[in-house]
Design a protein around this ligand. Structure first.
Ligand code: FES
Ligand code: FES
Length: 173
Protein backbone atom coordinates (compact mmCIF):
# COMPACT_ATOMS: atom_id res chain seq x y z
CA UNK A 1 0.00 0.00 0.00
CA UNK A 2 1.07 3.60 -0.47
CA UNK A 3 2.06 5.57 2.59
CA UNK A 4 3.15 9.16 3.08
CA UNK A 5 5.29 9.81 6.13
CA UNK A 6 7.11 12.95 7.19
CA UNK A 7 10.65 11.75 7.82
CA UNK A 8 13.09 14.23 9.31
CA UNK A 9 10.86 17.06 8.13
CA UNK A 10 10.39 15.83 4.56
CA UNK A 11 7.24 14.14 3.23
CA UNK A 12 8.08 10.80 1.66
CA UNK A 13 5.61 8.68 -0.28
CA UNK A 14 6.43 5.03 -0.92
CA UNK A 15 4.77 1.73 -1.74
CA UNK A 16 5.35 -0.66 1.15
CA UNK A 17 4.18 -4.17 1.88
CA UNK A 18 1.87 -4.24 4.92
CA UNK A 19 4.21 -6.66 6.74
CA UNK A 20 7.31 -4.44 6.50
CA UNK A 21 8.66 -3.14 9.80
CA UNK A 22 9.52 0.51 10.19
CA UNK A 23 13.19 -0.28 10.88
CA UNK A 24 13.48 -2.00 7.51
CA UNK A 25 11.52 0.71 5.70
CA UNK A 26 13.90 3.33 7.07
CA UNK A 27 17.07 1.39 6.37
CA UNK A 28 16.25 -0.42 3.14
CA UNK A 29 13.75 1.84 1.36
CA UNK A 30 14.87 5.28 2.56
CA UNK A 31 18.56 4.41 3.09
CA UNK A 32 18.53 5.99 6.56
CA UNK A 33 20.91 3.45 8.02
CA UNK A 34 21.60 5.43 11.16
CA UNK A 35 18.69 3.53 12.68
CA UNK A 36 20.31 0.27 13.72
CA UNK A 37 18.75 -3.17 13.68
CA UNK A 38 19.90 -5.22 16.62
CA UNK A 39 17.90 -7.94 18.32
CA UNK A 40 14.66 -7.79 16.34
CA UNK A 41 12.94 -9.03 19.51
CA UNK A 42 12.16 -5.69 21.14
CA UNK A 43 14.95 -5.98 23.69
CA UNK A 44 17.96 -3.92 22.69
CA UNK A 45 16.50 -0.51 21.80
CA UNK A 46 19.07 0.40 19.18
CA UNK A 47 16.25 0.78 16.66
CA UNK A 48 14.50 3.59 18.58
CA UNK A 49 13.18 6.49 16.51
CA UNK A 50 10.71 9.22 17.37
CA UNK A 51 7.15 8.77 16.14
CA UNK A 52 5.30 12.06 16.57
CA UNK A 53 7.92 12.96 19.14
CA UNK A 54 7.63 9.78 21.21
CA UNK A 55 10.37 7.16 21.27
CA UNK A 56 9.33 3.84 19.73
CA UNK A 57 11.24 0.70 18.90
CA UNK A 58 11.00 0.68 15.14
CA UNK A 59 11.27 -3.12 15.06
CA UNK A 60 7.86 -3.22 16.77
CA UNK A 61 6.12 -0.76 14.44
CA UNK A 62 4.84 -1.53 10.97
CA UNK A 63 5.85 1.01 8.36
CA UNK A 64 2.20 1.43 7.33
CA UNK A 65 1.41 2.62 10.88
CA UNK A 66 3.45 5.77 10.18
CA UNK A 67 1.22 6.87 7.30
CA UNK A 68 0.31 10.48 8.02
CA UNK A 69 2.70 10.72 10.95
CA UNK A 70 6.12 12.21 11.67
CA UNK A 71 9.24 10.13 12.15
CA UNK A 72 12.58 11.46 13.35
CA UNK A 73 15.70 9.36 12.95
CA UNK A 74 19.20 10.06 14.18
CA UNK A 75 19.94 11.68 10.82
CA UNK A 76 17.35 14.33 11.67
CA UNK A 77 18.71 15.30 15.08
CA UNK A 78 21.27 17.86 13.97
CA UNK A 79 20.15 21.28 12.75
CA UNK A 80 22.30 21.60 9.66
CA UNK A 81 25.89 21.79 10.86
CA UNK A 82 24.83 22.25 14.48
CA UNK A 83 24.64 19.08 16.48
CA UNK A 84 21.80 18.56 18.90
CA UNK A 85 22.89 19.02 22.52
CA UNK A 86 22.48 15.30 23.13
CA UNK A 87 24.93 14.59 20.33
CA UNK A 88 27.30 17.16 21.80
CA UNK A 89 26.86 15.60 25.24
CA UNK A 90 27.80 12.12 24.00
CA UNK A 91 30.95 13.64 22.49
CA UNK A 92 31.80 15.66 25.58
CA UNK A 93 31.24 12.85 28.10
CA UNK A 94 32.36 9.89 25.97
CA UNK A 95 28.92 8.32 25.91
CA UNK A 96 29.81 5.79 23.24
CA UNK A 97 32.42 3.33 22.17
CA UNK A 98 31.32 1.22 19.20
CA UNK A 99 28.28 3.43 18.67
CA UNK A 100 25.85 0.63 17.90
CA UNK A 101 23.41 1.56 20.65
CA UNK A 102 23.96 5.29 20.20
CA UNK A 103 21.22 6.27 17.72
CA UNK A 104 18.54 4.86 19.99
CA UNK A 105 20.13 6.38 23.08
CA UNK A 106 20.30 9.80 21.43
CA UNK A 107 16.65 9.80 20.38
CA UNK A 108 15.45 8.54 23.74
CA UNK A 109 17.49 11.29 25.38
CA UNK A 110 16.03 13.92 23.06
CA UNK A 111 12.48 12.80 23.88
CA UNK A 112 13.26 12.83 27.60
CA UNK A 113 14.70 16.35 27.50
CA UNK A 114 11.76 17.57 25.41
CA UNK A 115 9.32 16.56 28.15
CA UNK A 116 11.65 17.04 31.13
CA UNK A 117 14.45 19.56 30.49
CA UNK A 118 16.11 18.95 33.85
CA UNK A 119 15.88 15.24 34.62
CA UNK A 120 17.61 13.75 37.63
CA UNK A 121 19.78 10.65 37.34
CA UNK A 122 16.91 8.33 38.20
CA UNK A 123 14.71 9.79 35.47
CA UNK A 124 17.53 9.39 32.94
CA UNK A 125 18.14 5.79 33.96
CA UNK A 126 14.43 5.01 33.72
CA UNK A 127 14.22 6.65 30.28
CA UNK A 128 17.02 4.48 28.87
CA UNK A 129 16.00 1.35 30.75
CA UNK A 130 14.67 -0.23 27.55
CA UNK A 131 18.03 0.01 25.86
CA UNK A 132 21.17 -2.05 26.08
CA UNK A 133 24.77 -0.86 25.73
CA UNK A 134 27.38 -3.61 25.65
CA UNK A 135 30.37 -1.25 25.62
CA UNK A 136 30.40 1.76 27.87
CA UNK A 137 28.35 0.81 30.82
CA UNK A 138 25.73 3.38 31.60
CA UNK A 139 27.59 5.92 33.74
CA UNK A 140 28.98 7.88 30.78
CA UNK A 141 25.66 7.72 28.94
CA UNK A 142 23.89 9.18 31.96
CA UNK A 143 26.55 11.91 32.22
CA UNK A 144 26.16 12.64 28.50
CA UNK A 145 22.44 13.23 28.90
CA UNK A 146 23.04 15.35 32.01
CA UNK A 147 25.57 17.37 29.96
CA UNK A 148 22.90 17.97 27.31
CA UNK A 149 20.43 19.11 29.95
CA UNK A 150 23.03 21.54 31.26
CA UNK A 151 23.90 22.87 27.79
CA UNK A 152 20.82 24.01 25.84
CA UNK A 153 20.99 24.43 22.09
CA UNK A 154 22.48 27.93 22.21
CA UNK A 155 25.83 26.63 23.43
CA UNK A 156 27.43 24.71 20.54
CA UNK A 157 30.47 22.53 21.18
CA UNK A 158 33.29 21.72 18.77
CA UNK A 159 31.87 19.58 16.00
CA UNK A 160 33.17 17.54 13.11
CA UNK A 161 33.05 19.43 9.79
CA UNK A 162 31.12 16.73 7.92
CA UNK A 163 27.55 16.03 9.00
CA UNK A 164 25.48 13.02 7.88
CA UNK A 165 22.67 13.57 5.41
CA UNK A 166 19.47 14.36 7.30
CA UNK A 167 17.01 13.56 4.53
CA UNK A 168 15.69 10.29 3.16
CA UNK A 169 17.35 9.09 -0.05
CA UNK A 170 14.35 10.17 -2.10
CA UNK A 171 14.65 13.78 -0.95
CA UNK A 172 18.35 13.93 -1.75
CA UNK A 173 17.91 13.05 -5.41
S1 FES B 1 16.18 -4.17 17.05
FE1 FES B 1 14.45 -3.21 17.95
S2 FES B 1 14.66 -3.50 20.10
FE2 FES B 1 16.40 -4.52 19.23
S1 FES C 1 28.55 2.00 22.56
FE1 FES C 1 28.74 -0.06 21.87
S2 FES C 1 26.81 -0.95 22.39
FE2 FES C 1 26.74 1.03 23.28
Amino acid sequence: MQITTTVNGTEVTREVEPRVLLVHHLRDDLRLTGTHWGCDTSNCGTCVVLLDGEPVKSCTVLAVMTDGHEVTTVEGLADGATLDPVQQGFMAEHGLQCGFCTPGMLLTARALLDREPHPDEQQIREAISGQICRCTGYATIVRSIQWAADHPADQPADQPADQPAAQPAEAQA
